[in-house]
Design a protein around this ligand. Structure first.
Ligand SMILES: Cc1cc2nc3c(=O)[nH]c(=O)nc-3n(C[C@H](O)[C@H](O)[C@H](O)COP(=O)(O)OP(=O)(O)OC[C@H]3O[C@@H](n4cnc5c(N)ncnc54)[C@H](O)[C@@H]3O)c2cc1C
Length: 405
């Protein structure tokens, strides 16, 4: 008989794990707290590891990417204190195989696979459903599930439970302990949303950076979609940050900068945006991602945070790798989970460590770092720009014609 796994959460990690499990010959059942599948979402860089994992999961062909074409002169600009724009090194300017997507693009590609892709091989998904209690026995796990629509509770048996319910995971709380034991507070906030229109006088695919010590605003230009805004700031008083209206709090952080047309446009757009993400920034650090027949994946297990820009890539990779480990150890769950964690942990640790350095690029901690950052990025930009210009010229050069004699 096929083994059954309960996957909690229909995000990137949950769907990747479900596809991995199905490929390993398991029957996954996904439960999602929300009443329906979410769409949209913010801008995401998918690094080569994530692109490779998407291919491993068989969803690469469904993944819609939105990288703008590179233009001579570059597509990225930084705005200085006097409002002058200068060419800058944007995150997509370095040609290293990363894809520009929306979170919804990755989830849509995963969903196509989950829902059967027309083959009839779909994964069972129950919306508005959450686990309330988990009891582990010798042969399996019994889960008490609650349907939020009807309020009905029922028990069901599984061979494995996969917690993929995000950074503030209730599965982690239920099975491993309180948030304070695992969530490391980075004393910083993030606000992300889609702009209705590009900042006036900039081209649609332009990226714009307004970075100052402790506060920064990035606009990411895309190929076939309105740009996305990403605002971040460092702060000591996280708990108070959730007290009032998020838009007022963000406005207060950028007070004194509204004379800049970029800042003004982005803050006004935030007020009109139908939805935005506003959250504190943490990393999740756990000494072990599984206990018995319960395993955590994605942000629930190792949230690297937005500065790392590796959360989606690692969620895809984690789900794909879990499937491989289960396939290679069909009769030994403990060995499968050990081998999965042993293979994945060095990569996750590396990415979590490098996030601190990346944070300085996104939002410098003080004036000195800001100056140093500008000098280093400008030096790299010049090298990249020279290479890209040569590459662009080579690709645009006419192909020499061969005349028969
Ligand atoms: C602004 C921002 C920018 C980012 N930029 C990047 C980037 O450039 N590159 C990158 O790789 N990553 C980026 N990330 C990180 C990336 O989005 C996440 O790492 C990734 O989406 C994590 O997916 P997840 O499935 O683990 O969690 P989530 O996306 O949080 O999904 C969890 C799911 O579980 C559901 N759920 C929660 N509790 C329960 C419950 N009790 N029962 C049932 N279901 C439940 C939720 O409704 C949700 O559907 C960014 C994140 C943010 C916020």
């Amino acid at each position: 008989m096929q083994k059954r796994a309960l996957v909690v959460g229909l995000g990137i990690a949950g769907m990747s794990a479900a596809i991995g499990l199905r490929r390993a010959g398991w029957t996954p059942v996904v439960v999602e707290r929300a009443a329906e599948r979410r769409t949209g979402g913010y801008f995401i860089f998918l690094f080569p590891e994530g692109v490779q994992a998407a291919a491993d999961l068989g969803i690469a062909d469904h993944l819609h990417t939105r990288n703008p074409d590179w233009r001579p002169g570059g597509n990225s600009w930084s705005v200085d204190r006097r409002g002058r724009r200068k060419p800058a090194l944007g995150l997509l300017d370095v040609p290293s195989g990363q894809a520009a997507v929306l979170r919804g693009d990755i989830e849509a590609a995963l969903w196509q696979s989950i829902s059967g892709d027309g083959t009839g091989d779909s994964v069972e998904v129950r919306f508005a459903t959450t686990p309330v209690e988990i009891t582990e026995g010798t042969d399996g796990v019994q889960v008490l599930l609650e349907d939020a629509g009807t309020g009905k509770q029922y028990r069901e048996d599984f061979d494995l439970v996969v917690g993929a319910d995000g950074m503030r995971s209730s599965m982690r709380r239920m099975m491993f302990g309180p948030d304070e034991d695992y969530m490391v507070n980075w004393k910083a906030m993030i606000c992300a949303f889609q702009l209705k229109e590009q900042v006036p006088t900039y081209q649609e695919s332009d990226s714009i950076i307004v970075a100052r010590p402790r506060r920064a605003m990035w606009v990411f230009g895309l190929d076939d979609h309105a740009p996305c805004a990403w605002l971040t700031y460092r702060t000591e008083d996280i708990p108070d940050r959730f007290a009032g209206e998020s838009i007022e709090q963000v406005r207060a952080v950028f007070a004194g900068m509204e004379d800049d047309p970029v800042v003004r446009h982005v803050l006004d757009s935030l007020e009109q945006a139908p939805e935005h993400v506003f959250d504190s920034i943490h990393q999740v650090k756990m000494p072990r991602w599984s206990a018995g027949r319960v395993v955590l994946v994605g942000d629930a297990a190792w949230c690297m945070n937005t500065y790392s820009a590796m959360g989606s890539s690692s969620s895809l990779r984690g789900g794909a790798a879990l499937g491989v480990a289960l396939r290679e150890n069909p009769d030994d769950l403990a060995a499968a989970l050990n081998s999965w964690e042993k293979g994945l942990r060095p990569y996750i640790t590396r990415q979590q460590r490098s996030a601190r350095m990346k944070q300085q690029r996104f939002v410098p901690s003080n004036r000195a770092v800001d100056v140093l950052r500008s000098v280093v990025l400008e030096a790299i930009r010049k090298i990249v720009h020279r290479r890209m210009t040569a590459r662009f010229a080579a690709s645009a050069a006419p192909v020499p014609s061969v005349t028969a004699r």
